[in-house]
Ligand binder design. Structure first.
Ligand code: PEP
Ligand code: MG
Length: 569
C-alpha cells in the first residue's frame, strides 16, 4: 500500500482501477496497394488537399482579425499548395506502393524532423506548422475522432498527465467517478467541469506516474487530497463505509430541494446554478434553483468539431429559457482564451493568455462569432427571462462597445422581422480588479453585476489559477479580494442593481456568511455543491453574519480564516 499526497480540486471519494491515459499518438496502419491503385490514391490526395485548403480559407475569413493569425493560415496554405510536397507524396506511393495516409505521414514527418534538427526558433515553428497540417489531412483520411473513441466503465480511474474539459465530459458520460490529473488547480476549467459532473479529482503528485500501474486498485480521497494505491483490506473497508455514508449524505440533502431559502437580515437569499454544458439543465431543473446565474457558453465550442451555428445555439438558449420558465437565465457570451481554448478556433500564440485576447476582448475581435451568438441569444430572448452577461470587462468603455454591438445586432434582427426582448438586461462580470475599482461608474450603466471570484482572485493576487504549485497563495479570503468584493457590492447597492457571486467562492459553504456580510444575497453555485450551500444558508442565523460584519475583515488572511472557521466550524 502506498499513500501519496496531492491536492484535491474536486471533492468526494472514488474507488476503482487505475487506467493510465497516454497522449494518443496518431496511428497510421500499413496499407499496401497495387500499381494500378496509385492513380486512385492520387485522386484522393487531390480531394483531401482541396478540402483542407477550403477549410483554411474559411479560417482565414472567419478568424484572421490580426496579422499574426493571417500569417499562420497563409503558411498552412502554402504548405498545402506546395507542388514539391505533392510530387514527393506521389513518388513515395509509386516507389513503395503504400497507401496515401502512410505516404503523407512519412513525408511530413521527415520534413518536420529536418526543421526540428536545425535548432532554430523560426524552423521549430515551421516544424509545428508541418505537423499541424499533416494531422489535419490525416484526421480526414483515417476518420479519427480522438479521445471520444475511448471506452470507460464506472470502475475506471483515469490517470492523466493533461486533459481537456471535453474529455472530462466524456468521462462523466461514461459513468467514471473520479480521475487524477498531473497538472491543474481548483479553479482551472478542468476542475470546474469535474465538480459540475460530480467527479472526484486529485492533482499534483510528483512522480505518480512512476509509482502506479494500470489496474492497480486505487482510492481517490478528494476530501483529504490523497491517493491510496493498493490499499490494505482494512483501509479499503473504511473507505467503502465512508463512500456509503457520503452517498447517504447526498441523498439526505435531496430533502432540502423543496424548502424555500430563508431570509437573512431581512433579505431573501437567492440560490442559482452555474451551467457548463446544456445537458446539465435537466439535472439542474430538479434542484429547483432560483435561476441559472451563469451559463458558460464557451463550452459549446469545446465538445464539437465545428462552430455551433446560430440555429444550434438558438435551440439551446430557447430550451434553457423555456425550462426555467419565469426564472432568470444569464447567458455569458463566449469566454474563450486563458485556459479555455477551442480546437476549432485558431489562436495566435500569446505569452500570457490569461492577460491576452480573452473573454469580451476575444468576442470583440471576432465579430462574426460574436454576432452569431448575439443573434441566437436575442432570438431566444422571447421564450423566457434571458439576460446577457459579458466576461472580462475592464471598465465602462469596453462595456459600451459591447452594448453598442448588441443594440446594432438587435436592430438588424428587428428589421428582418424577428421578435426580440428589446429590454433584455445586459450585465457584466466583475472579475478584473479594474472593473471592481470602477464599479461605481459601471453600476450607473449596466443592468447587473456578477462577481467572478476565480479570476478576481487570480488577477488581484497575481496567482495563476491553474498552477497547482501556487495553491497556498490562492487565498479567496485575502483582504484585498474582500475589499474589492465590498466596493463592488456597495456600488451595486448604491445604484440599486442586482449583484451576485458566480465564482467558485459561492460554491463553498463556509464563504457564504462572509459574502452575505459583504452585501451579497444572490449566489450562483456549481450543481454538485448546490444543496450543501443551501444547507448552510438554511442553518445560518442573523447573529453569525452580524459577527462577521463587526469583525475588521481588512486585516490579514490568517485572522479572517479564524473568524470564518468560528462561524462555520
Ligand atoms: C470566475 O472567473 O469566477 C468565473 C465565474 O468565470 P470562469 O471561471 O469561467 O473564468
Ligand atoms: Mg472568469
Amino acid at each position: 500500500m502506498k499513500v501519496l499526497k496531492g491536492i484535491s480540486v474536486a471533492p468526494g471519494i472514488a474507488i476503482g482501477k487505475a487506467k493510465i491515459i497516454k497522449q494518443k499518438r496518431l496511428e497510421i496502419k500499413k496499407r499496401d496497394i497495387e500499381k494500378q491503385q496509385v492513380q486512385e490514391e492520387i485522386n484522393k490526395l487531390e480531394r483531401v488537399l482541396e478540402e483542407v485548403i477550403k477549410d483554411t480559407d474559411n479560417l482565414i475569413d472567419e478568424y484572421s482579425v490580426n496579422k499574426a493569425n493571417q500569417e499562420i493560415f497563409d503558411s498552412h496554405k502554402m504548405i498545402l499548395q506546395d507542388p514539391e510536397m505533392k510530387e514527393e507524396v506521389v513518388k513515395l506511393m509509386h516507389e513503395n506502393l503504400i497507401g496515401l495516409e502512410q505516404a503523407i505521414h512519412q513525408h511530413f514527418s521527415k520534413v518536420a524532423a529536418y526543421f526540428e534538427s536545425l535548432d532554430n526558433d523560426f524552423f521549430a515553428q515551421k516544424a509545428i506548422d508541418y505537423t499541424d497540417v499533416s494531422h489535419r489531412i490525416l484526421n480526414i483520411l483515417i476518420g479519427r475522432k480522438g479521445f471520444k473513441q475511448n471506452r470507460f466503465n464506472r470502475e475506471d480511474i483515469p490517470i492523466f498527465y493533461t486533459t481537456t474539459p471535453s474529455q472530462i465530459i466524456h468521462l462523466a458520460r461514461e459513468g467514471v467517478k473520479g480521475f487524477y490529473l498531473e497538472k491543474g488547480s481548483e479553479t482551472s476549467h478542468n476542475a470546474i467541469i469535474a465538480r459540475s459532473f460530480d467527479l472526484t479529482c486529485i492533482v499534483g503528485i510528483p512522480d505518480l506516474f512512476t509509482q502506479i500501474e494500470n489496474n492497480d486498485l486505487i482510492i481517490l480521497d478528494g476530501d483529504q487530497g490523497k491517493i491510496i494505491i493498493n490499499p490494505e483490506p482494512e483501509i479499503l473497508k473504511q473507505y467503502r463505509e465512508k463512500l456509503t455514508k457520503l452517498n447517504k449524505h447526498k441523498e439526505d440533502l435531496l430533502s432540502l430541494i423543496e424548502v424555500t431559502p430563508n431570509k437573512i437580515l431581512d433579505k431573501r437569499i437567492n440560490l442559482q446554478i452555474n451551467i457548463e454544458v446544456p445537458e446539465e439543465i435537466v439535472h439542474t431543473a430538479t434542484l429547483a434553483p432560483d435561476g441559472i446565474g451563469l451559463f458558460r457558453t464557451e463550452f459549446l465550442f469545446m465538445d464539437k468539431d465545428t462552430l455551433p451555428t446560430e440555429e444550434e445555439q438558438f435551440k439551446i438558449y430557447k430550451d434553457m429559457a423555456e425550462k426555467m420558465g419565469n426564472k432568470p437565465v444569464i447567458i455569458r457570451t463566449f469566454d474563450l482564451g486563458g485556459d479555455k481554448f477551442s480546437n476549432i478556433v485558431t489562436y495566435a500564440k500569446e505569452e500570457n493568455p490569461f492577460l491576452g485576447n480573452r473573454g469580451l476582448r476575444f468576442s470583440l475581435s471576432h465579430p462574426n462569432i460574436f454576432r452569431t451568438q448575439i443573434n441566437a441569444i436575442l432570438r431566444a430572448s422571447i421564450y423566457g427571462k434571458i439576460k446577457i452577461m459579458f466576461p472580462m470587462v475592464m471598465g465602462v468603455s469596453d462595456y459600451r462597445k459591447a452594448k453598442t454591438f448588441v443594440k446594432k445586432v438587435m436592430s438588424n434582427l428587428i428589421n428582418k422581422g424577428y421578435e426580440v426582448d428589446e429590454n433584455i438586461e445586459i450585465g457584466v462580470m466583475i472579475e478584473i480588479p479594474s472593473a471592481a475599482i470602477c464599479s461605481e461608474q459601471l453600476a450607473q450603466e449596466v443592468d447587473f453585476f456578477s462577481i467572478g471570484t476565480n479570476d478576481l482572485i487570480q488577477y488581484t493576487l497575481s496567482v495563476d489559477r491553474t498552477n497547482e504549485m501556487l495553491s497556498d497563495y490562492y487565498i479567496p479570503h485575502h483582504p484585498a479580494v474582500l475589499n474589492l468584493i465590498k466596493i463592488t457590492a456597495d456600488s451595486a447597492n448604491k445604484y440599486n442593481i442586482p449583484i451576485s457571486v458566480c465564482g467558485a467562492m459561492a460554491s463553498v459553504p463556509k464563504y457564504i456568511p462572509l459574502l452575505i456580510a459583504l452585501g451579497i444575497s444572490t449566489f450562483s453555485i456549481a450543481p454538485s455543491a448546490y444543496l450543501d450551500v443551501k444547507k448552510r444558508v438554511l442553518d445560518l442565523q442573523d447573529k453569525d453574519v452580524i459577527e462577521l460584519q463587526n469583525f475588521n475583515l481588512f486585516t490579514d488572511s490568517d485572522s479572517i480564516e479564524k473568524i470564518i472557521r468560528k462561524v462555520t466550524p
